[in-house]
Design a protein around this ligand. Structure first.
Ligand SMILES: [Zn+2]
Ligand SMILES: [Zn+2]
Length: 339
């Protein structure tokens, strides 16, 4: 099968790889769409904590089942599916608490022989393979994974009725977090980003306010519109400056949720956290429940999720796609590869 292999930092080759063979509890999926994620970009640029070349990148996908192991009963050949791309051990201290997303022995695509989704075929355990809803297209199905990230972050931040929410970073995860916050009852969602394009997409999604992150008096401008501050703030860009901004714009008792991968350590003023009884909360991927909720929302079509997909390219163009994202040579939110 054809696959996009990250050979070394910054170089992807289209190679002929062995088609994965499946075990009795697995399915083989013919990949229709594979989403390019920020973490793929980290691997491409050499800044990913553990996913290093040579590796077939990708963990977001939609596709159809073409083979199933002898013990699989939940799925049939031809089913349109997506995959929750991690395997938890079920035995460690975190799994026993139901915190499977932070399993101590978690396996994800790109490590321990589990090849990624930038390929014609992808092997996955049936237990983490989900059938798409009847009204969900394969293109939309590829958004289930990033949407599940947003669903989990909003649950971690305990967004509730009437909360004012600020999202610092309006890429795929930031925008989906805004949607998830709305769905959870937020009365106002404001976003910041460096790019006009991302802010304009946020406006078409119906958010209440959008601010250029590189303006001098950003905090003052936001304060002029939201004098009381925000109840829940999401760090979705990984830029160090957003940490300070969030502390300045948080209302007392607010929750600040760290979603993005911060490439470097950040200096943090603890004072406002103490005085305002703020909470700084981490969030990492999703659980089965988050994933199922994401699939339901996709199928309900209340929100225009398709609006986030702005590039669809053949697998052969993987190198160009990652270079485009790394250099931001074009406006882009979600890029899908089509193996
Ligand atoms: Zn992802
Ligand atoms: Zn575990």
């Amino acid at each position: 099968m054809k696959a996009a292999l990250l050979e070394t930092e910054g170089r992807i080759a289209i190679v002929e790889a062995e088609r994965p063979s499946i075990g009795p509890d697995d399915v083989l999926i013919r990949v229709a769409y594979a989403g390019v994620c920020g973490s793929d970009l980290h691997s491409f640029e050499g800044s990913h904590p553990f996913r290093k070349p040579p590796v077939i990148l990708g963990h977001e996908l939609s596709g159809t089942v073409v083979e199933r192991g002898e013990r699989v009963e939940s799925l049939a050949i031809g089913d349109p599916v997506t995959v929750m791309p991690y395997i938890h051990c079920g035995r460690c201290a975190m799994c026993r608490r139901g915190r499977t997303n932070i399993c101590l022995n978690k396996i994800v695509p790109g490590i321990k022989g589990w090849a990624g989704t930038f390929a014609e075929y992808f092997r996955a355990p049936a237990a983490v393979t989900y059938k798409l809803g009847e009204r969900t297209s394969l293109r939309e199905g590829a958004l289930a994974e990033p949407l599940a990230v947003a669903v989990h972050s909003v649950a971690q931040g305990r967004v509730g009725q009437g909360d004012r929410v600020l999202i610092l970073g309006a890429g795929t995860i930031g925008l989906l977090t805004g949607i998830a916050a709305r769905q959870a009852g937020a009365s106002a969602v404001a976003i910041t980003d460096l790019y006009e394009y991302n802010l304009s997409v946020g406006c078409t999604l119906g958010f209440d306010a959008a601010y250029r992150a590189d303006q001098q008096d950003l905090v003052q401008r936001i304060r002029a519109d939201y004098a009381e501050g925000f109840d829940v703030l999401f760090l979705t860009s990984g830029a160090a400056v957003t940490v300070t901004q969030s502390l300045e714009l948080a209302q007392r008792t607010a929750r600040i949720v760290a979603t993005a991968i911060f490439p470097r350590p950040v200096t943090l003023d603890i004072g406002p956290i103490t005085q305002g009884e703020l909470e700084l909360i981490g969030t990492s991927i999703y659980t089965d429940l988050d994933f199922r909720r994401a699939l339901l929302w996709l199928d309900e079509h209340v929100h225009p999720f398709e609006r986030l997909i702005d590039h669809e390219l053949p697998l052969d163009a993987a190198q160009g796609a990652l270079e485009m994202l790394a250099g931001r040579t074009e406006d882009a939110i979600k890029v899908l590869l089509r193996p």
